[in-house]
Design a protein. Structure first.
Length: 165
């Protein structure tokens, strides 16, 4: 059993209301992609309301949606994001979301069993925005090993980076 899980926050600014015709394909695929994530190797947990969704959580503003999840490893999340059917939806993000002018995705390690909050995730995103990638808040491009790996793995492993394909 892992001592740490990888936390992931991703926010997106909607081009139109979530129930608009412009976002209908995004909404139509949302449950399928969530199910794909949940069935993916390494998936641990995702933020959701009682309806099984997180699009109604407006912590970052009513025009932004949030995705918050836990994974066993950077590699597991990276595979889901860039090598599964999720990538087909990502290719269409310009149809649904505004380009963000600052960091909108952050990764960080949490002890297994830790309950994530949107407030904690927002704090990690702010750390990344203010300091750039550090072991406290990082990205796929500049990833850091879990805390229990720091003693045995140099921070320069594979350049400390994962390709942002």
């Amino acid at each position: 059993m892992r001592k740490y899980h990888l936390a992931q926050l991703n926010i997106a600014k909607l081009m139109a209301p979530i129930d608009s015709p412009q976002l209908s394909d995004f909404v139509a695929n949302h449950d399928r992609i969530n199910a794909l994530a949940e069935d993916s190797p390494g998936f641990v947990w995702r933020l959701q309301t009682e309806d099984g969704d997180a699009t109604s959580i407006d912590y970052f503003g009513s025009d932004q949606i949030v995705n918050l999840s836990l994974w066993d490893s950077v590699e597991a999340l990276h595979y889901f994001v860039y090598r599964s059917a999720h990538v087909d939806i990502m290719r269409r993000k310009k149809e649904w979301f505004h380009k963000m002018g600052e960091a909108h995705m952050v990764l960080w390690w949490v002890p297994a069993g830790h309950i994530l909050s949107v407030e904690e995730a927002a704090h990690k995103l702010n750390i990344l925005r203010e300091q750039g990638p550090t072991k406290a808040a990082f990205t796929f491009k500049k990833a850091f090993p879990s805390p229990n790996d720091f003693a045995s793995v140099p921070t320069d492993t594979s350049g400390g980076e994962f390709p942002a394909t």
